[in-house]
Design a protein around this ligand. Structure first.
Ligand SMILES: [Zn+2]
Length: 904
């Protein structure tokens, strides 16, 4: 209690200090406050040779929200002041050009032989052939590695403050026995700020909106972030979902750095709602099933140690509620799948310098730093105290992973895609970037009664130290405990929220439509290890070798490029270069070779002389296949001069931006267009759209969101008119629902039981008089409610492969489905249902779909194509095709809508 009073006094001091810095009050010099370190670690003396934050940027840790640039400057200053005890790893740069830093801290003696220590840590993580005696010798000489990663969500601001304070304390504290212990036993990795672009957005917004003195009113402008908020990165991705998918540079660089240092304990420091307290492990159930008993044991040890540190200072906390670690794309679960004890810490957020909580108390930015600092130090001390056992268990984790194949398999996964070989290559490289060993077949592979070609087939051995990571990424479904699932079914009956924190399926082979064939016997074929390119692949590039011929040969008629993700990227590139490209609206067979609908055609006659070289270079750059054509005479199907061969245009694409779009959806779409496919796009704020001349654009994309508040009837009419003249409108998830509500889309979402949500069916049936005595369950069941919710599962979608909109697919794909949005298929007179969910027998590809929800989902519309006017169209996705930027197959459907949809 006394402490709380002191903190409150300090909070007020912060406010007064802020006031004192305004000109009106400046003539009364405030007494110099005690440095914030006196609160963080009372009684500790600091080495004056190590710079304080105030000395470098002008404010103490708790006095102002430090900008990302100031944070980077401070990390450089610390590294410069203690070169013998630090190494500053700049592991990447953000899209907005900010630096991503990891400060490695250790004793001078240890830092001097850092490379041999890293090699020893690698040996523990790759223990093939390591005998027990050598292992013991190795472990005796190695530090335990603790990583403290801060602020992956940029508006969770006390994280970076704590990160800087931890680094300062470890380098400058002179009489703290905890630090002596930590440096004797440990290597510490501090990432002060995993998401500089998000923090930059938050801090600028707060500065612009704040009051002097800081206003604690949670409703005040400073605390009320405008769209899109600071949580996400430049492309509005939640980086705490991106750890295995590695779509963003922040994730790629971080994962590369962590695989280099192989930490055994990883704390990921977050913030939560301001009325809460503090959260640390053990985590809520269901945990990821690949977490070992030893790891659960250490969660208990670490949790108790943190509880001790918090109890000693009178800080409130909770464990085992709310935050599960099932999904492997978090900062808690990805390191855990690599053998570390990954942990989430959550501090109640002041979302500014100070906030008044609902119980009337004040919570400051400094409070958050203090609590995070306390948890991080307790973690480091606990790891130091248990160095040898933690290292031994880390070794055991990787040894036991190599046994998984023997105890239940598989012996190997074989990755292959006939239709999109580049995508199989991308998946192979992504696995390698996650620390998984993958081999490229040098000879044909016989598996499951088939023979798959050399070079485009990849083998993931089951018996490998990273087997748990491989399972997490490749398995169609990661199981949840039966009793947990039973409890959720009961909760569903009571209309209570499911206790599932995130999605229940994320299998990349399903979302990429790359075959992952499991086999019980090791694949015995000549093969080469797949390496990750040192440089990050640029926009839309593939670093894979091309299947195209090296010597350009001038074909009389032109070149055919079968459609897939690589061809889509190549065509977008070609159009930007000014080449003329056409698309086959029907299938054809020429010289015995079948070319499906969507195949791109580069005609020799309408392109420049250097077409052969340019087509070959496009193919090589993007990993596409090219076939020279000497005669336009077909064996069967359409002719190359047919009216069913349309011309691609370089589409002018408008992406609706800002509120009320769902920021993730808008960001994912922009990322897929700009970065994955290199397709330029104009982002226009939703409220500016009514003033925008739509005729300047060929394609308009409405990200998920409900537009009723910003688009009136006149805007709906403008969309209709523009489509009538040939425009392509693309809607997805909630914007498709909006399109149905305003009558643009000729169908409706459904209520539970199948009644339409919009349109004719809204009149309630008069309730029939109830038989007495009543049936209680029937009596309390709502008359009208949304369908049963799906917590993120992968459903099979059956596509009409004769439609250009399904080009590049084999007719069945996996799509991420989330929520309770179900579209009744379009009637024949309204348009085409190019993709529908599988029937009852073929509905679920991966994850959890409740039994009650299945009948209503089966055979419902996923992808609708509704003609408008002479050549315009509305293309509506039931779900977000660009989900988290890692749903490759539905992203291709989205690009089909953009590129082929706008072809004339
Ligand atoms: Zn967070």
């Amino acid at each position: 209690m006394r402490h709380l009073a002191r903190r409150l006094a300090l909070s007020l001091a912060v406010i007064l200090l802020a006031a004192a810095s305004t000109p009106a009050l400046a003539q009364q010099p405030a007494p110099s406050p005690a440095p914030f370190t006196a609160t963080l670690a009372p009684g500790i003396h600091y080495d004056p040779a190590i710079p304080t934050l105030k000395a470098v940027v002008g404010h103490d840790f708790d006095e102002a929200l430090t900008t990302p640039e100031q944070i980077a400057a401070y990390m450089h200053a610390l590294a410069k002041a203690a070169p013998d005890r630090t190494r500053l790893v700049v592991y990447g740069h953000t899209y907005e050009g900010r630096e991503l830093d990891l400060l490695v801290i250790g004793s001078a003696e240890r830092m001097a032989r850092l490379d041999s220590i890293k090699a020893g840590l690698q040996r523990l993580a790759h223990p093939e052939g390591l005998d027990d005696a050598s292992a013991s010798r190795l472990i005796a000489g190695l530090p335990v590695v603790v990583a403290a990663l801060h602020e992956v969500h940029g508006n969770e601001i006390s994280g970076a403050g704590a990160g800087m304070a931890e680094a300062y304390h470890l380098l400058a504290a002179q009489n703290d026995p905890r630090v002596t212990n930590i440096l004797a036993q440990e290597l510490v990795l501090i990432d002060p700020l995993q998401n500089p672009d998000g923090r930059g957005r938050f801090v600028e917004g707060y500065k612009q909106a704040r009051s002097f003195p800081a206003d604690p009113d949670p409703a005040s402008a400073g605390h009320d972030e405008p769209w899109p908020g600071g949580r996400t990165n430049h492309y509005l991705f939640d980086l705490n979902r991106d750890w295995f998918a590695l779509t963003q540079p922040e994730s790629r660089g971080k994962v590369r750095a962590l695989l280099e240092y192989q930490p055994q304990v990883v704390a990921d420091l977050h913030e939560m709602g301001g009325n809460s307290t503090y959260y640390f492990p053990p985590a809520a159930i269901p945990g990821n099933p690949w977490v070992t008993q030893q790891q659960w044991h250490w969660y208990d040890v670490l949790g108790r140690a943190m509880a001790g540190a918090f109890d000693a200072r009178g800080f409130a906390y909770f464990t085992r509620e709310e935050f599960d670690a099932f999904y492997p794309g978090y900062g808690v679960s990805w390191p855990t799948a690599q053998g570390a004890m990954g942990m989430t810490f959550e501090q109640a957020s002041a979302r500014g310098l100070v906030v008044r909580r609902s119980d009337g108390t004040l919570l400051t930015y400094g409070d958050g730093i203090l609590h995070h600092f306390t948890a991080a130090l307790a973690t480091m001390v606990t790891a130091a105290d248990n160095r040898q056992q933690i290292l031994r268990d880390f070794l055991d984790f990787h040894r036991s992973a190599m046994q998984i194949a023997r105890n239940g398999g598989p012996a190997a996964w074989v990755l292959h895609s006939d239709r999109d070989p580049d995508l199989a290559a991308r998946l192979a490289r992504l696995l390698v970037a996650n620390g998984v060993e993958v081999r490229q077949a040098d000879a044909p592979v016989r598996v499951a009664g088939r023979t798959l070609p050399a070079h485009t087939t990849y083998i993931v051995p089951g018996a490998q130290p990273a087997a748990r990571m491989a399972h997490n990424i490749l398995d169609p479904t990661t199981p949840m405990p039966e009793d947990f699932l039973k409890r959720q079914v009961e909760r569903g009956k009571q209309r209570l929220r499911y206790e599932i924190y995130d999605i229940t399926a994320w299998s990349l082979p399903l979302l990429w439509d790359v075959e992952a064939i499991t086999t019980d016997r090791p694949v015995d074929v000549a093969s080469t290890p797949v390496a990750v390119a040192a440089a990050e692949p640029a926009a839309g590039h593939s670093v894979a070798g091309s299947t195209a011929a090296a010597t350009p040969q001038r074909a009389r008629v032109g070149y055919l490029m079968p459609w897939n993700s690589a061809a889509a990227a190549a065509v977008a590139d070609a159009l930007r270069q000014g080449l003329r490209v056409r698309v086959l609206d029907g299938a054809t067979t020429i010289d015995g070779h079948h070319f499906p609908v969507g195949t791109a055609l580069f005609r020799t006659s309408e392109n420049p002389e250097d077409l052969p070289a340019r087509v070959m270079s496009l193919a090589a750059r993007h990993g596409a296949e090219v076939f020279p054509v000497e005669s336009g005479y077909k064996d069967s199907g359409i002719s190359l001069g047919s009216n069913d061969v349309r011309a691609f245009i370089e589409p002018r694409v408008l992406l609706v931006w800002d509120s009320p779009t769902r920021s993730n959806s808008a960001g994912w779409a922009r990322y897929v267009l700009e970065q994955r496919y290199g397709q330029p796009v104009t982002a226009i704020r939703a409220d500016a759209l009514p003033r925008t001349d739509l005729s300047n654009y060929d394609v308009v994309i409405l990200p998920s969101g409900s537009y009723s508040g910003v688009f009136n009837d006149a805007m709906v009419a403008a969309f209709r008119r523009w489509m009538g003249f040939g425009g392509t409108l693309i809607t997805m998830a909630e914007s498709s629902r909006w399109a149905a509500r305003v009558g643009l889309l000729g169908t409706s979402t459904e209520m539970r039981g199948g009644a339409p949500e919009f349109g004719g069916g809204e009149g309630r049936k008069a309730a029939a008089p109830m038989k007495q005595p009543i049936d209680l369950l029937q009596a309390i069941t709502p008359d009208r409610e949304l369908p049963e919710r799906t917590s993120g599962a992968i459903l099979n979608v059956v596509l009409d492969t004769t439609s250009w909109l399904a080009a590049g697919t084999d007719g069945t794909i996996g799509a991420m489905v989330e929520g309770s949005r179900i579209f009744t298929p379009l009637k024949l007179n309204e348009g085409a249902n190019v993709g529908v969910y599988g029937d009852m027998a073929h509905l679920v590809a991966g994850g959890i779909v409740w039994q009650d929800a299945r009948p209503q989902l089966a055979s419902k519309a996923f992808l609708m194509l509704q003609p408008m006017g002479r050549s315009g169209k509305l293309i509506a996705f039931a779900e977000d095709p660009n989900y988290r930027g890692y749903a490759e197959t539905t992203e291709l459907l989205f690009m089909n809508a953009v590129l082929i949809g706008s072809a004339r």
